[in-house]
Design a protein around this ligand. Structure first.
Ligand SMILES: [Zn+2]
Length: 169
């Protein structure tokens, strides 16, 4: 993107572009950081917009990172994987032989997800989520290494904007 030619999406003022880290809250997750992403910064209103060139691929690699996550899933990650699989809470509840209220409690971290349910959610996402099936065997064989999440353990997911390589840090 050419410098000095961009304008702010919010107020239309001239904005600048730089590369930096950006917390990708639009993913519905609060632990995803895009590293080295182009940021359009507006000195007039303070708005910052990331330039995300490969959005579909980004959502796919995030799903894959969660399915391979070495510790149990958070509620937000469960919600992400359910949505990535294109399922409503009702459909997901029926598939997992539970009810919508329980799904909501899982997704809001109000109720702990059992470790077997955690793995089942990953297995559903890898089979039903777009573009993941070819990774299914590798990811499912990896299940035996997944451990319970230690609350003190940071689970920030860093994504390199160029390569889309994901790493828990
Ligand atoms: Zn602005």
């Amino acid at each position: 993107m050419a410098k000095g030619k961009v304008s702010c999406n919010e107020c239309g003022s001239g904005a600048t572009v730089r590369r930096g880290a950006y917390r990708f809250d639009a993913s519905g997750l609060d632990n995803v950081v895009l590293k080295g992403i182009e940021l359009i910064e507006c000195p007039a209103c303070g708005n910052v917009d990331p330039v995300i060139p490969k959005m579909t691929e980004l959502f796919r690699v995030l799903a894959m990172a969660m399915i391979a996550k070495p510790q149990s899933l958070t509620g937000k990650e469960v919600r992400y994987l359910r949505k990535y699989a294109g399922m409503s809470a009702e459909q997901f509840a029926r598939m997992l032989h539970t009810d919508k209220t329980t799904i909501s409690k899982w997704e809001n971290d109000a109720v702990k997800i059992g470790s077997k349910t955690d793995l089942l959610i990953r297995a559903i996402a890898v089979q039903i989520g777009p573009g993941l099936k070819s990774e299914a065997e590798r990811l499912i064989r990896n299940f035996e290494t997944i451990t319970e999440r230690d609350k003190k353990q940071p689970s920030r997911l860093e994504v390199d904007s160029e390569t889309l390589k994901c790493m828990y840090a």
